[in-house]
Design a protein around this ligand. Structure first.
Ligand code: HEM
Length: 446
């Protein structure tokens, strides 16, 4: 049952809210954490101070999860800042305002709820939680924010940490690999030397000393750091975090991480092999490139972003990749790079092709100016990515064994469920502010 809580959350994303599953090894109650004031300072220009509540509330959602044999994945939500343009954030702020006005009612609910929810004091003497397993994450979060993300910024370390969540998790498939297991840190000598992983050694080396200070597995740490980091980016959704990944047992095999010079066929096949990702989910995951830059694609211009707003999680990336490419921002002839529309912006061949392929172009275009769709689709796809290799309930429906799209009786042309290999479904391009997409050469897949 949803429970309203008062959470001290003076200025940004530093209130923790955990939900644990029923019937797991850590206890049977939802784990709710009330935290003290955050220790990080607000990011200038990203918070709408006029709308910041001094007292905030949040629902406690219930969560069903299945168990992995050795470990249970616990769910954690990062409550993040109130960026000005984020629709869902604004709604949260508005909800908080209303709830703050109903403080006395909430207070009464809390008293009643306290009788139902046992709380434990965390060993830090500051925080409390309904499950002791949650307590360790407060210190990890604070350490990450202060010592990795420079006090809660959405900078290069956040971008690299987000990229690392992907490069660790996608290391799974028909050729082996443990998915989101932290193998890229533990077996860094092997994995960070894979061609597609070049450059990840920087963030691995930055994360390792922090990881070493805490009682958390490498797989959990990588995904947790990514979730916390994204919460620093204005416009980003609250990512779910599941806790409980066991330590990795081996390095992932090479060639699991897509390259920017791979074909769309190859990229979609890789994601399908890794975790049954649909083309739509691949597009959703590429929202990450809205807070991203490339150091190595053209080494003469390291740090060149993929869109004109790399510090904000907005839909600018999707529209800018649809624009006609006219120039190389640095040198020409780099593998995996195509012409971009703007000076100071680099375009990956893979992003360019995904923005134009008949299987992904309409989905790509549908994100433009649809911040809430981008947030929700990215959040759902990131959850799926972050638990690859683990048995965690994510709420995604799948076909029962032996059944597929062919067995569905329905009138709608859009596939409701993923089921590889992905059938090509003709869809009408959505109306939008954009010019029509360029015509695709007809192929057997169209
Ligand atoms: C088709 C799949 C993908 C390809 C081919 C691809 C390729 C690349 C390349 C080539 C770079 C630049 C690396 C460099 O030169 O420094 C990059 C950066 C990045 N990628 Fe991807 N990527 C893909 C999917 C993803 C996904 C699924 C995520 C996260 C969920 C992600 C997150 C990032 C981030 C955050 C950066 C920026 C890192 C930084 O600024 O330091 N990418 N990607």
């Amino acid at each position: 049952m949803p429970v309203l809580l008062d959470l001290k959350r003076p200025d940004r994303s530093d209130t923790l809210h955990f939900v644990l599953p029923i019937n797991h090894g850590y206890g049977s109650r939802p784990c709710i954490v009330v935290t003290a004031a955050p220790t990080v300072s607000p990011l200038p220009g990203t918070l709408n101070s006029g709308e910041q509540p001094s007292l905030t509330s949040h629902d406690c959602k219930s969560s069903n999860m299945t168990q992995r044999s050795e470990a249970v994945l616990l769910r954690y939500e990062v409550l993040f800042g109130t960026s000005q343009f984020s629709t869902s954030d604004t709604r949260i702020v508005m909800a908080f305002k209303t709830l703050a006005a109903l403080l006395s009612v909430v207070g009464a609910l809390q008293v009643a709820n306290a009788a139902l929810t046992r709380r434990v004091a965390c060993p830090d003497g500051v925080n409390t939680a309904t499950n002791a397993a949650c307590c360790t994450l407060f210190a990890v979060r604070d350490d990450i924010q202060q010592n990795l993300f420079d006090g809660g910024e959405c900078g290069e370390d956040v971008h690299e940490s987000l990229r690392l969540t992907f490069h660790d998790a996608i290391g799974i498939g028909s050729n082996g690999g443990g998915g989101a297991d932290g193998s890229i840190i533990v077996f860094e000598d092997t994995e960070t030397n894979f061609h597609a992983n070049l450059g990840t050694d920087d963030i691995v080396n930055a994360q390792k000393p922090i990881l070493a200070k805490h009682n958390i597995t490498p797989g959990d740490f990588i995904q947790f750091a990514g979730a916390v980091g994204v919460s620093n980016c204005p416009g980003a959704p609250q990512l779910d975090f599941f806790l409980g990944r066991p330590a990795p047992i081996a390095a992932a095999p090479d060639l699991t991480v897509p390259e920017p010079f791979d074909s769309v066929d190859s990229i979609l096949a890789r994601f399908a092999d890794a975790g049954n990702f649909s083309p739509q989910e691949v597009v959703a995951l590429l929202s990450s490139h809205t807070v991203a830059a490339a150091d190595l694609v053209d080494p003469t211009i390291p740090g060149t972003p993929f869109d004109s707003t790399p510090g904000t999680f907005d839909t600018q990336f999707f529209v800018e990749t649809q624009l006609r490419g006219t120039l190389f921002p640095g040198t020409a002839g780099n593998q995996g790079e195509v012409e971009s529309p703007l000076r100071g912006e680099i375009r990956l061949q893979s992003d360019s092709e995904l923005a134009r392929d008949s299987r992904t172009a309409c989905e790509w275009q549908s994100f433009v100016n649809n911040q809430s769709k981008m947030q929700s689709a990215f959040k759902a796809a990131m959850l799926k990515l972050s638990v690859l290799g683990h048995n965690a309930f994510t709420g995604a429906a799948t076909f029962p064994a032996g059944l597929s799209h062919a067995d569905v009786e329905q009138a709608c042309a859009m596939p409701p469920l993923p089921s590889p290999p992905w059938p090509l479904i003709p869809v009408r391009p959505p109306l939008s502010l954009l010019s029509p997409l360029p015509k695709q050469p007809s192929t057997s897949k169209a």
